[in-house]
Design a protein around this ligand. Structure first.
Ligand code: HGY
Ligand code: MN
Ligand code: MN
Length: 407
């Protein structure tokens, strides 16, 4: 059994046009008007495929294909929100491959024992609202619904108000429910599969992730008349921290990665000494203990930089997800499916977070990776060849069918 490559390619093209950037990338921020249009497009396709569509309190969308209703569903999911000037494969591909699996089951007139459910999770990216994977986090009981509702974007708009505004504030409780397995197809967003000429990654687990926010309070002043000896410049301290965050990864080595991706300067003009800085720190490693050591080094670097400049600060560690191994049986099933699909594959670990990370906390989960050209992602250059996508989607089909069983 295979999927319909042309139909899938057509869906990627159509959904990718909603929020498309002039350079062919994608900006479809969570709960934006583009996200609403993307969601509406997906709901129409789900209904055309005969799925029973429901929306929960976090705006997660579920399309259920009938099976024995006494049995827990096999779920396939991902997300349709993107980062700003991102690509049209991150998240979207997993949702469309899940839809293609359902369409292919219909083409083959296959009934399954377990129902099969397609899931679209809200705000996976953590680009507009933080943290990332917030909606699967609520479902997994790791993030309180009220906290998620009250998180605000950079303009102070609350998540719950945006859910209501775009018509996706559902009534279904966003709580853990039993599932036979959760499968997520996703682009690798790294270089390994392509380097090794492979088309499928059998994902064994996801790294631990830690997000921190640093606020530095300098003394805002005039850039001209203020002598250097009396300055307390928040940006000078921040610059030392940015260099220090890179040094942590370089000195600790291994698989640790550290990133300062967001830095906001106030008042951010040529002729004022910066008064207030906020910056983000993203650190990831397969070992939680390594992440703890990295965090201790970060705290020392921040303390020294701010003491040297005489500027008070707050360092808030506001999000942490542990290293997450996937369910052994599900991983083995994905591997068998890749082999049966005739795919060139290997086992691999994810350096990116996914909704599967929280789903793995409440049931058996696994992932299927497909390559990223030049390993690029979270950028407009993001691309995966359709032949690799076909191999990945066929692997997803076979794994889902194996887990759902034929009626
Ligand atoms: O941050 C991540 O790894 C994902 O893209 N949300
Ligand atoms: Mn993603
Ligand atoms: Mn992403």
């Amino acid at each position: 059994m295979r999927i319909d490559k042309r139909r899938l390619e057509q869906s990627i093209e159509e959904l990718g046009r909603i929020g498309q950037t002039p350079r062919g990338g994608l900006t479809r921020l969570a709960l934006s008007d583009e996200d609403k249009r993307g969601r509406d497009w997906m709901v129409s396709r789900m209904r055309e495929a005969g799925l029973a569509v429901t929306v929960d309190q976090m705006g997660n969308i579920f399309g259920r294909r009938a099976g024995d209703s006494a049995l827990p569903p096999v779920m396939m999911g991902s997300h349709v929100d993107s980062v700003p000037t991102g690509g049209r494969y991150d998240g979207q591909l997993g949702v469309l491959c899940g839809l293609e699996v359902i369409r292919s089951l219909d083409d083959a007139k296959i009934r399954t024992r377990h129902p099969v459910t397609l899931a679209i999770f809200t705000n996976e990216e953590g680009a507009r609202f933080q943290p990332a994977m917030i909606a699967s986090g609520v479902m997994a009981g790791k993030i309180a619904l009220e906290d998620a509702y009250n998180t605000r974007d950079k303009d102070g708009i609350r998540l719950v108000d945006e859910l209501e505004r775009i018509g996706y504030l559902g009534a279904e409780p966003c709580v853990a429910r039993p599932f036979r397995a959760y499968l997520e197809l996703h682009i690798e967003q790294g270089p390994f599969l392509e380097e090794e000429g492979l088309s499928v990654g059998v994902v064994e687990g996801i790294v631990a992730i830690a997000w921190s926010r640093l606020t530095i309070h300098g003394v805002q002043d005039h850039a001209g008349p203020t002598p250097m000896r009396i300055r307390h410049d928040a940006l000078v301290a921040a610059a030392e921290v940015v260099g220090g965050v890179r040094r942590i990864a370089r000195e600790m080595g291994g698989d640790l990665v550290t990133t300062v991706g967001n830095l906001v300067v106030a008042p951010n003009i040529v002729n004022a000494i910066p008064g207030r800085i906020t910056l983000s720190i993203d650190m990831r490693d397969p070992q939680d203990a390594t992440l703890d050591r990295a965090r201790a080094k970060l705290e020392a670097i921040v303390r020294e930089a701010c003491e040297r400049e005489g500027v008070p600060y707050e360092l808030e560690h506001y999000w942490r997800v542990p290293y997450t191994p996937f369910d052994r049986d599900v991983v083995d099933t994905v591997e068998r499916a890749a082999r049966a699909a005739g795919a060139r594959y290997r086992r691999i670990r994810s350096g990116a977070g996914h909704d599967a990370q929280y789903m793995a906390a409440i049931g058996p989960a696994g992932m299927v990776f497909v390559p990223s050209r030049d390993g690029r992602s979270h950028c407009e250059e993001e691309f995966t060849p359709i032949d690799d996508i076909e191999q990945g989607a066929t692997t997803l089909l076979r794994a889902a069918l194996d887990l759902a069983g034929r009626a």
